[in-house]
Design a protein around this ligand. Structure first.
Ligand SMILES: Cc1cc2nc3c(=O)[nH]c(=O)nc-3n(C[C@H](O)[C@H](O)[C@H](O)COP(=O)(O)OP(=O)(O)OC[C@H]3O[C@@H](n4cnc5c(N)ncnc54)[C@H](O)[C@@H]3O)c2cc1C
Length: 386
């Protein structure tokens, strides 16, 4: 077992670190405060190949793999949660899903344009009555000649208002429940589609989120991803990838909170010594450092397994996602304790990082959903890796 990143991954990580420090950091606070979508930064990230790691070269990616994807995601997430979202919108939930389940024409048409950010993507699963329970989706796709008519409403969709293309999940046959769900690659400029921004969010304010309303939207059979009735399987397969990205994002924000806390604990003096010399602060920092590194190891294991291929590592993906996202919240809480009043103030980045960290408990399967997957596997009720 080799715990060192190879030289290619180290090189792409260094490029991502430099980009985050030089291009994102100087403006992140202002962009977040003003809810400014950073399209120009996405374009640059696309040009640098950040979104193409788990995509083969023949479709415009670098073929560097899942571990490289996780490492780059982590570096960007240290500085911006909003830009971290793009690693699922441009890669895992769209380009990679089309790569895994689409036909050749769909791959040639969409993947390269997504990973270079020529077009922006989004993922349309969640609905007002379908959050954790994906099977409760109500959006319908009714066959009509050589196409389908889509009706329904998606909510909490990242990039809803700015995306060009969405992977939209809809029932082609609701009578057979999960076996009647299908996935469509939908051009969001199609007639009958409208979007509404969601209410203001706690964090990720530079990342637009909205509702997508579909009213008699006509799409061609060519927009069907893979086979009719396989949408639930594709959705779960894709979540296995988007959850890795979420885990890597959580590791990134945790590391940023650790770094800020250490910097502050060394500088801030109370009772005539740096607070870092108090054992209770040291205990807090030790736990933050160890838990962040443990989360990273689970995340890298998950990515390395995907690179090795051959197994569906839903269990290890859930473990990485669950643990990393819980750690992000715990580390954020500790950071706020260490910084005291300054942690509560927008003068220091901890306040923003704290808000970014909380989202990881909700996205890509809440903590409870992952505990269900992990415990059912452990108890032998339902094996996760099938
Ligand atoms: C900023 C943001 C961006 C998002 N982007 C997207 C996107 O791009 N595309 C998309 O499709 N969705 C997106 N979502 C939606 C996200 O995937 C959902 O919020 C998530 O699936 C959880 O659903 P919910 O919020 O409706 O919570 P619910 O499913 O209503 O859950 C509420 C609570 O009940 C618990 N719970 C639910 N079921 C069980 C159970 N069986 N056992 C125990 N506890 C349970 C949950 O753990 C949670 O604590 C986004 C959400 C946010 C906040």
């Amino acid at each position: 077992m080799d715990f060192e990143l190879d030289e290619h991954i180290q090189a792409v990580r260094d490029t991502a670190t430099r980009f985050a420090q030089r291009e994102i950091l100087p403006r992140v606070e202002d962009d977040e405060r003003n809810h400014r979508f950073q399209r120009d930064l996405l374009d640059k990230m696309g040009q640098l190949g950040f979104f193409g790691c788990p995509i083969p070269e023949e479709y415009g990616g670098s073929g560097m793999g899942f571990l490289a994807h996780a490492v780059v995601t982590e570096e960007i997430s240290k500085v911006s949660g909003s830009l971290r979202a793009a690693f699922n919108m441009q890669t895992m939930g769209t380009a990679r899903e089309i790569y895994q389940y689409g036909n050749e024409q769909q791959k040639k048409l969409h993947i390269q344009r997504l990973v270079t950010c020529e077009i922006l993507g989004c993922i349309g699963i969640t609905e007002p009555d379908a959050g954790s329970d994906v099977g409760a989706i109500r959006t319908r796709a009714i066959r009509d000649g050589d196409g389908y008519i889509l009706n329904g409403a998606k909510t909490w969709i990242t990039y809803a208002q700015v995306a060009d293309l969405g992977i939209i999940y809809a029932y082609t046959d609701p009578t057979v429940r999960y076996k009647g769900l299908s996935a469509f690659i939908v051009d969001l400029n199609t007639s009958g589609i409208s979007t509404v921004p969601t209410a203001d969010k706690l964090g990720w304010r530079a990342c637009p989120t909205g509702e997508i309303v579909l009213e008699d939207v006509r799409v061609s059979v060519e927009n069907l991803l893979g086979e009719e009735g396989r949408g639930f399987a594709y959705c779960m397969g894709s979540l296995d990838n988007t959850r890795l990205t979420a885990a890597a994002g959580a590791v990134g924000v945790s590391q940023a909170l650790v770094d800020e806390s250490i910097r502050y604990a060394r500088e801030r003096e109370q009772f005539r010594k740096p607070i870092g010399e108090f054992q209770m602060i040291q205990e807090e920092i030790a736990r933050m450092v160890v838990e962040t590194d443990a989360a990273r190891l689970l995340t890298y294991r998950c990515a390395a397994q995907k690179d090795a291929g051959g197994i569906h590592n839903t269990l290890e993906t859930s473990m990485a996602k669950y643990y990393s996202c819980e750690v992000a919240s715990r580390v954020a809480d500790s950071a706020l304790r260490i910084l005291g009043a300054y942690g509560y103030s927008s003068e220091y980045p901890v306040e923003r990082l704290f808000r970014d960290a909380k989202l990881y408990q909700i996205l890509e399967g809440s903590a409870n959903i992952h505990k269900i997957i992990i415990s059912n596997d452990a108890l032998g009720y339902r094996k996760a890796n099938r």
